[in-house]
Design a protein around this ligand. Sequence first.
Ligand code: NAP
Length: 249
Amino acid sequence: MNKTALITGANKGIGYETARQLAARGMTVLLGARDPELGQAAADKLRAEGADAHFVRIDVTDEESIAAAAARIEADFGKLDVLVNNAAISGGLEGDGKPSSGTLATLRQVYETNLFGLVAVTNALLPLLRRAEAGRIVNVSSEVGSLAGRTNPNNPLSQMVSAIPYTSSKTAVNMATVLYAMELKDTPIKVNAANPGYTATDLNGNSGFRTAEQGAEPSVHLATLPEDGPSGTFYGYIWGQDEYGRIDW
Ligand code: NAP
């Protein structure tokens, strides 16, 4: 039986590419999407390329949809090998984009998706990941949420003015990654955070300098780690060095 991977927010962008690349490695891919039409269209597109791809409706802010997705995966597959927590929103630009210009409403909205959604999905799918031989959880994070990067004067991130919602939600995702990895350290499940690098997608008005194919590579790497691979790490594109490696939290 193929390994099965669920990727949230897989109807487009980095999530879609992650699904495509995991399918190319022989996995059955479940494309999580909140919009049934977009999700089904994305799964159809991958199936036309020969992938074993299926649409699963999942809105990460809707616990009922998460529970229904978990029940369906259990009924159809009995277990889950890979969970890629990819869905996220940026919160958009408020005022001049400085921390003091943001609203609490946006902060709450971004956390609902990027942090609470990730935790809700992970907790709901963990029983199925425990049934897999070698479960892998990939939390798609971002270097913009790295406290080490932000406070290192030699890192370009220390010069970047950012609003609080998106960046701090990814800092929180990083901590969630570390804490899940600690909880699961005596199991075969590995939990890591991925940094796609600045990638041209709808999230940033397609302003990134990396392609979605490239942006998916760190997630795919972490989703396919061997038994002796790491857990509790932050891995991906290193800004300024144009290579992959460990990112400082
Ligand atoms: P994207 O093209 O905007 O895709 C985001 C995906 O998340 C879409 O499929 C979107 O669905 C989905 N989504 C949003 N809210 C959702 C919800 N409540 N439930 C389910 N799905 C939801 O952005 P992307 O750049 O590919 O982002 C993918 C991941 O990479 C995110 O975690 C992002 O933070 C991270 N990342 C991106 C960059 C970059 O430069 N692009 C850099 C670092 C990290 P809809 O189509 O329905 O909106």
